[in-house]
Design a protein. Sequence first.
Length: 215
Amino acid sequence: MHINILAGGPDELLPNLNEYKGESDIWVGVDRGVYTLIKKKITPMIAFGDFDSVTEEELTIIEEHVMEMKRFKPEKNETDMELALNWAVEQKPELIRIFGATGGRLDHLLANVQLMFKPLVEAANVNIFLIDKQNILSLKGPGSYKINKRLDKKYISFIPLTLEVKGLTLDGFKYPLNNRHIYIGSTLCISNELISDNGTFSFSEGILLVIRSND
């Protein structure tokens, strides 16, 4: 099972959502993202939000199309995205994709990136990807990973999100590394590229933000 979550980020930054529609996929709308899904003829199974970013007319359309709505007051401890992601992780899917979570306010972007920490440190065994038209982001804990070339996402960056990432090794990359320690704030691993159809990266301690992007 795959769960796709659409938040209320700018429409112009969204990829083609039809490319992510599968028979067993579950769609979740967050606040204005619910209305965006309906406009794109995708019916969300469940919606989360305080819906302060939609008009009364748009809210009526949402209520007509969505069977299960989780409505919250604007004054709450969690963002709408956090509530939606917590629900998604509880369903124990193989994969969660988050769309509409970049662009606009930087505080929301940084918060959405950090939301991927909790499932990782709690070993929820679910792959989470934050996706927009230009980027695919994921968090990785210690281990060894295979990565395949994508013509539409040429550049691959590795950014430490802990004070230190130990033992980073990059094989099959234009700029290889061998057992290198990198520290938060380092730009050493920005804009790398694969030199063949696939490569591997591994490290022994820390958390890496992996970003695949195009110009």
